[in-house]
Design a binder for this molecule. Structure first.
Ligand code: ATP
Ligand code: MG
Length: 471
């Protein structure tokens, strides 16, 4: 018998009694039960899943009748109902038996027993349930050794993994996701089955794959998840560019670092200091275009010239394929990928204020995140080197602060408008306006003129003759 968390005991008792009154058995199942054994505080569990032998909709309707301030949504075609009560999301489903056709993950569903229902769950640790009916309140049902697996910290399917994954290939992503979030290993047979079934992921909608992927990205140690995605061959199903980062070449005794494992280190470094999903994506993508830009030069050794620009160019197509958003969030990732080498070029003391101003201008409000990415990008095993590079970035950051305080470049706008330029040059819209605007920007950033309207306007007057068409 389980000591059901106080927080939900009254509610669960009430649900048990209501089910009993309509002659149904009801169980709390899935994440809630798993998280109880993982000692997650009950306050954090706001989505609670229930399975009942009989109609889930009928039970939910019965509950909603007698509980104050509930909102019920019924999904007839799935035979499920959701009850919103206080801050809780209560999901009710009738126990079911499912069989699958190979070409779709939409199952043929029939009513079933509790055991039938537990059989079709994804993982043993997600197939635990507690009965809530009076008389058996708090009795645990664990037909597949889920508790044992929780203690052993292992991810395993309730039945033959090939069958589980064949029925619903999304479960392969879920297995990796839970292993990553919980820091568990995946059972060897389960890994082997994923490897075999990985191509079946193609029948799953890309949005659902992405949901799981983003949960992996947001885990405490996301590298563990990507290592598993690689090991299980799932990664190449949706992100082959990342798999291509793997491997080391050697020439004349010189080796470059393995960019796959380097990328994962950078990702973990970012994850340690930031929960920003998009900054984490920037870490994943920052070196993505290294393979096609790789060259060996007798003097310089291995180089990847232009991988920053090419990587930024790849971001939209990768975002589209993964169904990541194509809005400002994509632009943000693109900007960080494009600029990720720039602060390195500013390390030397001889660097002028003007170079610093240009970076602040181009990075804008993303300058701090860019510096987080650059620091995360230092993955040398040599502690002395790491220290040296971090010190270099300390200096760059200090100068960025000084220059920004002095010149307010971050959200800089050209004091001269296109309209001003057209009037002075006595011309209409055209590419020349942009050229002249850049010229004024350069003069300001180089410190040749003050950053204000009068100075810029006088400067425009002084250069206008070069641009007026005298022909
Ligand atoms: P969390 O919500 O914390 O990510 P959870 O275990 O509650 O974890 P949900 O996606 O909310 O995960 O699913 C609830 C339960 O439904 C799971 O515990 C599992 O028993 C079952 N389940 C969910 N998706 C699948 C699936 N694709 N195949 C089989 N069972 C599933
Ligand atoms: Mg849940």
């Amino acid at each position: 018998m389980i000591d059901i968390p106080k927080k939900h005991r009254d509610l669960f008792e009430y649900i048990g009694k209501t089910a009993e009154s309509i002659g149904q058995k009801v169980y709390v199942v899935g994440g809630y039960v798993r998280d109880y054994y993982l000692h997650k505080p009950a306050e954090q569990s706001t989505d609670i899943d229930f399975v009942t032998v009989g109609s889930g909709i009928r039970l939910a309707e019965e509950l909603a009748k007698n509980l104050p301030n509930t909102k019920i949504s019924v999904f007839k075609q799935f035979g499920t109902a959701q009850v919103k009560y206080r801050k809780l999301d209560l999901e009710f489903v009738g126990a079911r038996k499912e069989s699958y056709r190979r070409e779709s993950r939409k199952p043929i569903v029939e009513d079933g027993s509790l055991e039938d229902d537990q059989l079709r769950r994804d993982l043993t640790i997600n197939a635990l349930s507690w009965c809530l009916n009076p008389g058996s309140f708090g009795v645990l049902h664990d037909p597949f050794g889920g508790i044992k697996d929780l203690h052993a910290e292992v991810i395993r399917t309730p039945i033959d993994p090939e069958k589980t994954f064949d029925d619903d290939p999304l479960r392969m992503m879920r297995a990796v996701r839970f292993a990553t979030q919980l820091n568990f290993r995946i059972d060897v047979k389960t890994v082997a089955a994923i490897k075999k079934m990985a191509p079946r992921l193609s029948i799953i909608s890309r949005e659902r794959v992405l949901d799981e992927l983003n949960k992996i990205v947001m885990a405490t140690t996301p590298s563990a998840g990507f290592a598993l995605l690689l090991e299980t061959d799932l990664l190449k199903e949706f992100f082959p560019e990342m798999v291509n980062l793997l491997g080391v070449d050697e020439k004349n005794g010189q080796r470059h670092k393995d960019n796959f494992w380097h990328t994962l280190e950078v990702l973990d470094n970012v994850a340690e200091v930031s929960d920003n999903l998009w900054l984490r994506w920037a870490a994943i993508m920052h070196d993505i275009a290294k393979p096609p830009t790789k060259r060996f030069d007798k003097n310089a050794g291995w180089t990847f010239h232009g991988h920053d620009a090419l990587g930024a160019k790849w971001v939209p197509k990768i975002f589209r394929r993964l169904t990541l958003p194509l809005d400002d969030r994509m632009k943000y990732v693109q900007k960080l990928v494009r600029l990720h080498l720039r602060p390195i070029a500013l390390v030397s003391d001889e660097v002028s204020d003007s170079a610093i101003r240009r970076l602040i201008y181009e990075a804008g409000d993303e300058i701090e995140d860019l510096m987080i990415l650059c620091r995360a990008d230092i993955t040398s095993k040599n502690e002395w080197k790491v220290k040296k590079f971090q010190n270099n970035f300390d200096r760059v950051e200090k100068r960025i602060k000084e220059v920004e305080e002095k010149d307010k470049i971050r959200n800089w706008k050209n004091p001269i408008s296109g309209q001003d330029i057209m009037e002075v040059l006595e011309t209409g819209p055209g590419p020349i306006i942009g050229t002249v605007k850049d010229k004024i920007k350069d003069a300001i950033f180089d410190g040749d003129i003050e950053n204000d309207y009068t100075a810029a306007y006088n400067y425009l007057l002084s250069i206008k003759d070069q641009y007026i068409d005298h022909s």
